[in-house]
Design a protein around this ligand. Structure first.
Ligand code: 5AD
Ligand code: SF4
Length: 445
């Protein structure tokens, strides 16, 4: 195999699941003799792991593919992987002559052979769904040294009317609990003590014998796991069992990313989210009652077909009521083939109106988080030092309840758990001063 090796560069777009897929692909390619490099210019193989969730995400990839054409070395193989590869298939190769490999989320096992063929001038594609595929035998090559993403479920069986994911990632399937636990043990042995379980609707996890409650308890019981998170859950899959497991598993952090999408029951119904405004509130209340101090973050779409100003007002009042730690906000982007594109033309919200609503929503979210964060100054948090901050020579740390806290210190603190006092806020992030330092847990044997 090694005679076929060379250097490979992978660029990743989209969600954490895609980041995790890149780790799997790189693990597999390095064990097939490739060496990973951090720039495309001299790589023998360039892969773009893509996202299809909004048109904007796809346009970025198209722009980047154009750039690669002029930057890549002669004879390099260019491949497109992930959700956009699945969505567009052969069209990608027709449109971009320099792309010779197209592989969807269930086809990564075929990558080494497709790349080999491409090196001999044969273009190839793998876009079949495989409802058994979990890449169990791939050893992921992780880039984050302090937390590990572990995929526990692939695909999605919900049919939210705006969403392309069911058609890019195929049917929902869950990994065996024992395999997930084994991976968690390996992660701890590698010196990582924070785990994020990944799935499209992660709390609907079910391996045929165990549900998500069992999974949380089992992973939380792995010696050395200090923090356990998961993303993204669906509000309807927070059974009492799951909430009890969260409350009773010490490692489970006081943070839930709970996508709301809209605060209007009428819009939620048209989105086929399968809960109402009240249903969402009730779910948030149950989480708050069981996990004191839990921080909620969310995703919200504005400008969904048929959304009126009244509907949008309901989203604003829901944001006020929910006191989200953070809201990731998007303008609706019609995705070819999804049910939301079939609403009558007259119901489409103009880009102008959607942009204006988005700006108002962001303003509201920011104002609320600023007020709340000012009120938290003086409090203490345990933080994990994650990485150098982008500015000011500071370090970026994260609390269990998902607050970003910048602290002064040198790189040797990365991976350590510290207690900090929240001394300042920019509105969304905090500045902290270190109170005392506790060593990260020793490596498990
Ligand atoms: N348009 C805009 N936003 C979307 N999302 C998913 N599909 C679309 C779309 N067609 C958002 C949802 C989801 C997040 C990952 O992306 O809010 O939770
Ligand atoms: Fe992730 Fe969805 Fe984008 Fe695919 S389309 S990369 S699942 S966000």
């Amino acid at each position: 195999m090694t005679e076929t090796g060379g250097t490979v560069y992978i660029e990743t777009y989209g969600c954490q699941m895609n980041v995790s897929d890149t780790e799997l692909m790189l693990g597999n390619l390095t064990s097939s003799g490739y060496t990973s490099v951090s720039a495309p210019d001299f790589a023998d193989v360039i892969l773009i792991n893509t996202c299809a969730i909004r048109d904007h995400a796809e346009q970025r990839v198209i722009g980047r593919l154009g750039e690669m054409k002029s930057r890549m070395k002669k004879g390099a193989v260019v491949g497109v992987t992930g959700c956009m590869a699945q969505r567009l298939g052969a069209k990608l190769m027709e449109r971009a002559g320099h792309v010779s490999v197209v592989v969807g989320p269930d086809g990564y096992r075929d990558l080494p052979s497709l790349i080999e063929n491409a090196r001999r001038g044969e273009r190839g594609m793998s876009i079949e769904f495989d409802s058994e595929e979990h890449y169990e035998d791939f050893a992921p090559r992780r880039f984050d040294g302090v937390k590990a993403w572990i995929p526990v479920q692939r695909g999605c069986d919900y049919r939210c009317t705006y969403c392309i994911v069911p058609s890019t990632r195929g049917p929902e399937r869950s990994r065996n609990l024992a395999d997930v636990v084994r991976e968690a043990e390996r992660v701890v042995a590698d010196g990582i003590h924070e785990i994020v379980l990944l799935g499209q609707t992660v709390n609907s996890y079910n391996d045929g014998t165990h549900d998500f409650a069992d999974l949380l308890r089992a992973v939380g019981a792995v010696p050395g796991i200090r923090r356990l998170r998961f993303t993204s859950p669906h509000p309807n899959d927070f059974s009492d069992r799951v909430i009890a497991a969260m409350a009773e598993t010490e490692a489970v952090c006081e943070h839930v990313h709970l996508p709301m999408q809209s605060g209007s029951s009428r819009v939620l119904k048209r989105m086929l989210r399968r809960y109402s405004r009240e249903g969402y509130f009730e779910c948030a209340d149950r989480l708050r009652a069981a996990l004191p101090g839990v921080a909620l973050t969310t995703d919200i779409i504005v400008g969904f077909p048929g959304e009126t100003e009244e509907d949008f007002q309901e989203t604003l009042t829901a944001v006020d009521a929910m006191e989200f730690e953070e809201a990731y906000t998007f303008k609706f982007s019609p995705r070819e083939g999804t049910p939301a594109t079939r609403f009558p033309e007259s119901e489409m919200v103009s880009d102008e109106v959607a942009s204006e609503r988005l700006a108002r929503l962001i303003g509201r979210v920011r104002a609320a988080s600023r007020t709340r964060n000012l009120g938290l100054l003086g409090q203490r948090r345990e933080v994990l030092v994650e990485k150098p901050a982008r500015r000011g020579g500071m370090l970026q740390t994260r609390s269990r309840d998902f607050k970003t806290v910048m602290i002064a210190g040198d790189h040797s603190l990365i991976g350590k758990y510290l207690t900090v006092e929240l001394t300042g806020t920019t509105g969304s992030t905090f500045i902290g001063t270190v109170q005392h330092q506790r060593e990260a847990l020793p490596m498990a044997v």
